[in-house]
Design a protein around this ligand. Sequence first.
Ligand SMILES: NC(=O)c1ccc[n+]([C@@H]2O[C@H](COP(=O)([O-])OP(=O)(O)OC[C@H]3O[C@@H](n4cnc5c(N)ncnc54)[C@H](OP(=O)(O)O)[C@@H]3O)[C@@H](O)[C@H]2O)c1
Length: 260
Amino acid sequence: MTRALVTGATSGLGREAAVQLGRRGWRVAVSGRRKEHLEETARLVKAAGGEPLVLCGSVTDPADVKAHYAAIKAAWGGLDYAVLNAGVGDMMSAKEFKAESVQWTFDANVFGVCHWMEAVIPDMLAQKSGIIAGVSSLAGFRGLPKSGPYSASKAALITLLESARVDMIGTGVSIVTVCPGFVRSEMTDRNDPGTMPFLMETPDGVAAMLAGIDAKRRVVHFPWQLSYASKYILPAIPDFLYDWIAHQFAPMRVKKPTVR
Ligand SMILES: NC(=O)c1ccc[n+]([C@@H]2O[C@H](COP(=O)([O-])OP(=O)(O)OC[C@H]3O[C@@H](n4cnc5c(N)ncnc54)[C@H](OP(=O)(O)O)[C@@H]3O)[C@@H](O)[C@H]2O)c1
């Protein structure tokens, strides 16, 4: 039976991914900080036909990640399919620059993935198989207005995973970079709905994500309308034109703050 992990499984894409993997009859380890939400996810995974394993803690704490992976190894011997999805995002204009905001974002979005990669890569290399999917964002292809910490963290993740993907060639271990557009979740519920073109419903976004991971695609991006613009058109336009376009959109970019 396939052994999967989904981090950030207490809500949004992560919870839905855990349930969809549960429907396959897989073993699904679910992690996150909110215990009750996590237990609800585990209940949904079980109801869907999967075998859940609850791992409560933070991806930013290396000790939590080590303990969680030890629990997975004790229960199942290792992992075949890791969806490193946990992430955070807030708005921050550079006019009110806070290094702490960058640190908080990188701790979850970059180092949270790094702690898990360090834990699982040696065993996946030893078993000569496994998929590690890191959930980045279309926001990582250019610096979006008022989103320096978030865009920079997702750009860092894209590059980190790309490098790892090349290093893993010939080992049997696949690295997949997931770049969603807007998908309904707790994170996007804090945005003004009018500012999210091509917003996808959670099950559809997650189905696209998992199909890409299953196929071991190098970079999985969706929906096509937004992803082609973000991945191919925006990076190709001259900086002056990008600045002008992004500046027009800046006033629309507001978000209710995250409760930390
Ligand atoms: N929704 C979108 O439109 C969209 C687009 C592009 C990329 N993404 C990415 O998709 C991923 C999932 O986001 P979402 O939209 O589903 O948002 P969400 O509903 O807010 O889910 C975020 C998940 O990450 C977990 N998390 C955050 N910090 C954590 C920490 N320190 N330790 C452990 N878990 C942590 C949260 O769990 P706890 O708070 O319980 O710990 C929660 O389960 C994120 O990486 C996000 O950047 C989302």
